[in-house]
Design a protein around this ligand. Sequence first.
Ligand code: ACM
Ligand code: ZN
Length: 521
Amino acid sequence: MSRLTLIPYPKRVDFKDGRLDCTRVDIVGSACFAARDFADYITQLGYSVGDGVKINYSVNSALALDKEGYIIDIGEGSIDISASDDAGIRYAFCSLRQLMHNYQGVLPRCVITDEPYLKFRGMLLDAGRYFYPKRDVLKLIDLCYYHKLNVLHWHLTEDQGWRIRIDKYPLLTDKGSRRSHTNFGIRPHGGYYTKEDAREIIEYANMRGIEVIPEIDLPGHTQAALACYPYLGCFDRKLKVATHWGVKHDVICAGKESSYQFVFDVLSEIIELFGGNTRYIHIGGDEVFRHRWSLCPHCRETMEREGLKDEQELQAYFMSRVCDWVVDKGYTPIVWNGLDCDKRVHEKAVWHYWSDEHGGSDDLVRKFAGESGGYLNSNSAHVYIDFPYGRTSLKKSYAFNPLPEGLPEDKLVGAVLTLWTEYIPNFKTACVRLLPRACALSETMWLKGDKDYKEFESRLMPMVRYLKREGFKSVPLRVANPCALRGALQKAWFNRRVMHWQGLHNLIDDANVERKYKKKR
Ligand code: ACM
Ligand code: ZN
């Protein structure tokens, strides 16, 4: 036997002779969540708990393993787990859970010595484009747990919907959480999380060792907020919550003080809600169109006052001011890279890289990652699992290397796989996109070094069956790695959709704004 059927694969496995029949186990001191969950799970599989092979577990902080590390010794008559901390215990049970399924309760005897490569292993859920009800979010948290991911990056606001209740600005959810129709249909779509929902979700995630990081995307991707409070925009335009996907040109005005007041009020409530569970607050910063700013008297006045030479610098000023505020509150801001508009990045912020537009320009990545407080990698070429398999195959996801060449390892905070939902209206479609790519990506985050795709594939089918039993259906391999023709067709179809009429709409809308406001400059 050369490899254990386990995903993500552990750092080291030393096989011994024989197998241990674990169809009857006795978990010694089953007090922690992971042990209870394990007991429930194997009971469902038809095995018995209470009398049998002893499973002993304890934390041993003297263990020569990093945080979250663990050792499982599957011996002759018992299973002994030692871990560097509670998280290690959790991941040990997480591994055992999968092994009990994959080996039908009779485990190969071995010693597993394991610890993660990245300390921050995330999954992004875009609940802005489509609202995912609480039960779906909880399911996605389960999925994170099975893959040993420890961060849910919860993208809560978008042009198409504001999803989190903010008491001081009730319209954000009363009105801004609903769009009149969607990419796919003529029916309205909406929904939002109450603070109680969010608390429940955070607690559920924290039990599984998952930190929930909220994202309030600023100052772009805010059309839903502008539809509720037009004064947040440069020209107080009356807008609707966006119906279709596409980057919108109306963004929060970076010149008015009332914009900053709004942002700080919102973030205060966000910190109150999430701050006990996370060190990070994600404040967006991606895809900010500066057309309105270039015409706006408030923005121009701020530029003059602050000595900013163009709107790019105004954007840097906006992000920097919000970063300062977040840092002042004791949290670390995370900011997306902003396409062509990165000007400077706050030295305490984590720089969340997503666009492969910088491809071929690793220098730029190294520069910004180097200047920031850390680097979070969501390189869209590999981790954007909303893309069709023709664009990002399973193989390509598995080829993801979180550390760009030349970047010092101590700058690497972690990586996040992203479930953007422009074209993912429900949980079923989410699974089609996620699986099996999430399996591949979780391994790239957990296990350091070169990986052999073929070998990974040989371990995949048991994992797929394991997940299916939990209600997560994966696509078959021939879909996940499509042939060249099928891949090219999917890519063409996807790109065509991306280039839809939104571009034309923006062009006409920009011209209208210019006609109306240019003369007032
Ligand atoms: C992004 O995909 N705009 C972060
Ligand atoms: Zn403005």
